[in-house]
Design a protein around this ligand. Structure first.
Ligand code: GLU
Length: 419
């Protein structure tokens, strides 16, 4: 995973974007870049850490609208030309992208323009310019381009001729809008990047775009129909995502494990010591003849322990599968399967692909995740939260132990109807 930030405001855009990118560093990346509109557009990019990007951004550079990106290369090596933002031929449009465009070769052949990078992203911004030259309408040019993209994207686009608007879109890659105080608005791949300026966020759904100004947020589907959506408060304490006196986030998170387990006990057990899962979870799992645990990496390994717990405590046959394998090669299922998704972030794309298939087949899904409101949480029938607080280190520690603890709670609850 990698990240996007964007801001349309009055001042200090550069520092807010750089700080936002630093908060996204935990997601992993190989290069980074920024662009601002200020009497034309300035683009700055560098390979390596955000600290290296800071070095190449001139001290007096700034703008009132800007976008930033951390890249995890999928098309083309990590290099300055391949780093985002990318620009259209006239440099009027500047774009950042997270995700993978699957039909980029076909689009490049149709467009027939010289590209400066090896990415699957640059063709998008060139198409926006071509569509703009034909329609004279930026929102329409953006919408027309989105309609022909296949694959995953979170996009943020700025127009050098109009610093009053930031254009945003999403399909299968995470992206949120953060609401400002009427003088600014922001976008980011996750709320942590923008907690520095707001705790009010609006989710975007797949296949939607947003036209963002300093004081308005207009969500549209790709036919231009306006969508209404309430904001929610991100319940993350900004201090939870600071390292404090620890040298590394991983050390801090290992130390937090006893507190996390105490928190889970408090959340799921009443004073009499009984497990109290929501009735919605109980209804979902009742009468299921097999549990299919789906996860990647560390979550898959927590799932292997979950299998032991569910089989030994609750006596329900359980299988554990790696999401990416399951997605392409679904085994024969029993009559009444329960799908159980394990994901710290709740955004694991391969797990989500399995969830979409399970839903198509009409099977119930339960997600165990650390992030309320995440995609896997929203799209499953019910969620059990890990209550572990943000996990920043890439190597999972407290989220792994929390997954096992919550799986134990679930196994115990599943066992109760059987006495
Ligand atoms: N596919 C794009 C690239 O390789 C974006 C990768 C990313 O999500 O950072 O540049």
């Amino acid at each position: 995973m990698c990240g996007i930030v964007g801001m349309i405001g009055q001042v200090n855009t550069k520092e807010i974007l750089l700080k936002g990118l630093e908060k996204l560093e935990y997601r992993g990346y190989d290069s980074a870049g920024l662009a601002f509109v200020n009497d034309g557009v300035q683009v700055h990019k560098e390979v390596g850490r955000i600290a290296a990007l800071r070095e190449v951004v001139p001290a007096d550079a700034d703008g009132t609208v800007g976008i930033g990106h951390t890249r995890w290369a999928t098309h083309g090596v990590p290099s300055v030309p391949n780093a985002h933002p990318h620009q259209s031929a006239s440099a009027r449009f500047t774009l950042v992208h997270n995700g993978v465009i699957e039909n980029d070769e076909q689009l490049k052949a149709e467009l027939n323009v010289d590209l400066l990078s090896d990415t699957d992203t640059e063709v998008i911004v060139q198409m926006i310019e071509k569509n703009f030259n034909e329609t004279g309408d930026v929102a329409e040019a953006f919408r027309q381009t989105l309609r022909v993209l296949h694959g995953s994207y979170a996009l943020a686009l700025i127009d050098a001729e109009n610093p009053e608007v930031l254009y945003v879109a999403k399909n299968k890659s995470p992206l949120l809008v953060g609401l400002g105080d009427g003088t600014f608005n922001v976008v980011a791949s996750d709320a942590m990047a923008m907690l520095q300026v707001t705790d009010q966020f609006i989710e975007l759904h797949d296949g939607e775009m947003i036209i963002l100004t300093r004081d308005s947020v207009m969500i549209q589907d790709l036919d231009g129909n306006v969508q209404e959506r309430e904001a929610y408060t991100a319940e993350i304490d900004a201090s939870d995502i600071e390292k404090g006196t620890y040298a590394h986030y991983m050390l801090k998170e290992m130390d937090e494990q006893p507190a996390v387990i105490r928190n889970i006990v408090q959340q799921y057990q009443n004073e009499a010591g009984d497990i109290t899962l929501d009735q919605s979870v109980r209804d979902l799992v009742l009468g299921r003849d097999r549990v299919y645990i789906i996860g990647c990496g560390t979550s898959y390994h927590a799932g292997l322990i979950g299998k032991q717990l569910i089989e030994q405590i609750a006596g329900i046959p359980t299988e554990v599968h790696i999401s990416s394998e399951f997605g392409y090669n679904m085994p024969l299922l029993t009559e009444k399967p329960l799908f159980l998704f394990l994901s710290q972030s709740g955004e694991t794309a391969d797990s989500r692909a399995v969830l979409v298939e399970a839903k198509k087949l009409g099977h119930p899904a339960l997600t165990i995740t650390n992030v309320p409101g995440s995609t896997l949480s929203r799209e499953a029938n019910a969620t059990l939260l890990l209550h572990a607080g943000p996990e920043i280190a890439v190597a999972s520690t407290k989220a792994y132990t929390a997954q096992i603890a919550v799986l134990a709670v679930l196994a115990f609850d599943l066992a109760q109807p059987k006495g």
